[in-house]
Design a protein around this ligand. Sequence first.
Ligand code: AHG
Ligand code: MN
Ligand code: MN
Ligand code: MN
Length: 333
Amino acid sequence: MALHSLTLEQYFNRSHTAVPGGGPPFTTLLSHVGLVGKLLSRDLRLAGLLDVLGTSGDTNVQDEAVKKLDQIANETCVQVFQRSDVVCALASEEMEKPVIVSKPGRQAPYMVLFDPLDGSSNTDVNMPLGSIFSIVTHQPDDRPPGDRDLLQKGTDQLAAGYLLFGPSTMFVVATGKGVHGFTLDPGLGEYLLSHENMTIPTRGRIYAANEGNYQKWPEGTKRYFDHLKMDDKGTGRPYSGRYSGCLVADVHRILLNGGIYLYPAEAKKPEGKLRLLYEANPLALIVEQAGGLASTGTKRILDVQPERLHQRVPLLIGSRDDVREAEAFFAKS
Ligand code: AHG
Ligand code: MN
Ligand code: MN
Ligand code: MN
């Protein structure tokens, strides 16, 4: 068994992996994201015993019934990042307004936008869950950050990462110098390098989508899904469907094995379901830096100029050839 002994902090403190504009403050920020992962991993592993399953009774800004674990995850993120001396603002899928973390004196360099718990329909059935983080820099100036500073295009992200709460807890992060995966050793309380330089195959055999929405899709989208079920790809067998209900888990599988995740536009929901700032942008940065693509169906996700904090986008993300093929079918809608 290979001995994995390089910790997250050691890896990013080494010069060649240092992030442009990063250095110790950036490693500090990553360790704070890692702390969120350790706290949530603990809470999720014991959820069935702590009376934290089910809904809180609230409805969030997304007009979704809020799960108790959504609230716990959001509170954990806010507490950790508010205490962080390198964060000046944070925005959450679960909160209508951002939290400005004003500090006396020097302005902290980073702003964090996050989906504190992704895959909420999985909380009560012990299925995979995730958290997604987008990291942007705030240009130090004399005014406190506001919404307009958070509405940055995906190409302007400094880094992005996700936590995956599966059989093991993983932290996958893209910093402009490759995509690297770390696995939490709960006994040590350390994330150890387990997947260095993750690259996505140019084509896969897996697709992830909620086909219960099939009748709501435009014709070109339907034709693409029909095509996936043909075996005319010269390999004698159609694609396999793998859909977990957790975007992070489905994208992680596709990042490793290739394929495509789709949450397409619908006739009555042209913007689709997923959130640009908290889900699509960070995962698009990760997948592109691993050699894949992420599109709305007609436009590169990272080029979309955000207009609103909770803006939704249709999302096609995964292997280069699969995304391009899907775009071609969608164009014939
Ligand atoms: P969240 O739990 O953060 O609201 O995200 C859920 C997302 C994504 O994780 C998942 O792939 C998709 O919504 C599931 O949507 P459907 O239940 O409509 O398939
Ligand atoms: Mn989500
Ligand atoms: Mn969520
Ligand atoms: Mn939600």
